[in-house]
Design a protein around this ligand. Structure first.
Ligand SMILES: [Zn+2]
Length: 61
């Protein structure tokens, strides 16, 4: 089963944010998303592995 959601911890407010993942967009993705809690931009990194799992991590913009 391919992971279709992941979560990261906002670098600014510390909230855990659940995000939908799109495996069709590639095995390695980096994009900017505004935190829904504090509206600060986070850079989201997604890496899918061969088993369909996903690593999600973030860095402050
Ligand atoms: Zn936040």
């Amino acid at each position: 089963m391919i992971a279709d959601e992941g979560e990261y911890t906002c670098a600014v407010c510390g909230e855990q944010i659940v995000i939908p993942l799109d495996p069709s967009a590639g095995n390695n993705q980096t994009y900017t998303e505004d935190c829904p809690v504090c509206c600060h931009a986070n850079v989201i990194h997604v890496a899918f592995d061969d088993d369909g799992g996903a690593q999600v991590w973030n860095s402050a913009e």
